[in-house]
Design a protein around this ligand. Sequence first.
Ligand SMILES: *[C@@H]1O[C@H](CO)[C@@H](O)[C@H](O)[C@H]1NC(C)=O
Ligand SMILES: *[C@@H]1O[C@H](CO)[C@@H](O)[C@H](O)[C@H]1NC(C)=O
Length: 230
Amino acid sequence: MALSLKFLVVTTAILALASSPSTASDPSPLQDFCVAVNDSKATVFVNGKVCKDPKLVTADDFFRSGLNKPGNTSNQLGSVVTAVNVNNLPGLNTLGISVARIDFARRGLNPPHTHPRGTEVLVVLKGRLYVGFVLSNPGPNMKNKLLTKILNPGDVFVFPQGLVHFQLNVGKTNAIAFAGLSSQNPGVITIANAVFGSDPPINDDVLAKAFQIDKKVIDHLQEQFWWDNN
Ligand SMILES: *[C@@H]1O[C@H](CO)[C@@H](O)[C@H](O)[C@H]1NC(C)=O
Ligand SMILES: *[C@@H]1O[C@H](CO)[C@@H](O)[C@H](O)[C@H]1NC(C)=O
């Protein structure tokens, strides 16, 4: 490879790496829109979905109703997330954004979880929430630092992409919040469900050592039903 070409390849790679943190959302759409076609036979599983013919697109492709309706919080967590993303609003395809309504019963908890592909900005409409997120491992002095806040109606809080976060209703009533997410399909990994409720279960030797507790405790945790509030 000629020296100049090598230099070009290396600088391009460095630039790509350097610029990636500033594009902490889905890639640019490159066109006005690409309304997803719901093709169950599609064999392309990379970067979203196939576009509908733009000539056939209507306003309804960009529309979904129902977020005025409270979700059913009668479950062991006392919370439920109603998500509107590319899977139920095809017009979101390639646009790097989605929304969710989160309902909390009294003492309801949206348990520690992460969104692997999106930052979340939460707006409280009703109630009082204790929220927080935990920084990643690397230090110095920031190692797994916990940042928390009590939120009231009208308050806005940001959960950075990929970080473990939670919301607990600490008010005297039910609570309602809306969240915007910087991905058409932000994903959810609920920590307890992924670790103790995986299918099949993670070998208890792994979890006993990782959590530094007896295997019997791990087995007990793995026998629980890990409710998914999403
Ligand atoms: C809410 O969910 C519970 C438990 O699944 C169910 O028994 C109840 O009928 C649901 N309530 C409504 C209003 O759908
Ligand atoms: C897409 O198709 C699947 C399977 O036919 C169906 O379950 C799903 O509800 C459809 N989604 C939309 C947004 O129409």
